[in-house]
Design a protein around this ligand. Sequence first.
Ligand code: M6R
Length: 369
Amino acid sequence: EKGGYDYFMLKEIAEQPKAVADTLLGRIDAAGSLSLDEVRISAAELREVDKVVIVACGTAFHAGMIAKYAIEHWTRIPCEVELASEFRYRDPILDSRSLVIAISQSGETMDTLMALRHAREQGSRVLAICNTNGSTIPRESDAVLYTHAGPEVAVASTKAFLTQLVACYLVALYLGQVRGTKWGDEIRAVIRDLSQIAGAVDRVLETMEPVRELARSLAGKDTVLFLGRHVGYPVALEGALKLKELAYMHAEGFAAGELKHGPIALIEEDLPVVVVVPSPRGRSVLHDKIVSNIQEIRARGARTIVIAEEGDEAVTPYADHLVRIPATPVLLQPLVATVPLQVFACELATARGNEVDQPRNLAKSVTVE
Ligand code: M6R
């Protein structure tokens, strides 16, 4: 049942190109526009939405953080993202014009379920992004967009995350299209780019041997830090979460712009720091800023593990280890940048003798608080 792999996690990492392609399948019509027939909220209702609120936990929360960048950019609708466990216990401001998006692989996470119940009580529309047909969260939502990742068995979420991202981009593009923002041309281009992304994920998977080797060489370390900016920031958080839950190491993700506000004090000789570098194309200011962040931490002794686009030579002099990913539009980069971090965490866990599919103290679906 593991299809020849030692662990479900390895199998599920390898299945990502297919999971991504399957999640896109049938959702973009021949004319290149989006039709999401599983979304049973009318276009008229969507045009009325004045706020999007995303609620989720763990890895699904990181997908939501990335979705915020896409939703606000393509639709100009304000978007908040909140941990479901925080959202449900405060007094969030919601009404019938708020669209709440609940993201959950299992569809059974208690905090996310309670958050969506609370939202519906306030009269908000709820859209679920979920991987499990007929589970509680989609059953209680007004609309559902299923991710077609197939069953995810390993506790650490991998293919579900990539498909959650695809689903979030689809929702963002759909909202943009329905509301007719000025980004029409960009939206059409992104639809084209999305259809190529499964191939890009495949290419990343083919080049992972050096990442595995690097992971094995770091098995004796205590701490690994992760830095990113813009959509690379949630990717850094996701890389750190994977490493915590699988390798039981101290791992933290930071927004690179925060370095001088505290985290840079952690940098010491030979500390591994993974840096997710945004595309040098698009918003190049982000790229320039992170190149100086890499220089700053390296000057203080960090061992830099740099994840950068093919052809990005500006980072080469400052990278102790360079992991190349295919060029993608800025907002789509998490779909390829996350994959090396999954492989890294899985290999480090194996090297430390940990149980990869069933990490200690964790359950696949958290149905209690
Ligand atoms: O089933 P859900 O997507 O609602 O689960 C949310 C989190 O419990 C989950 O993503 C968790 O953080 C994973 N173990 C991370 O790999």
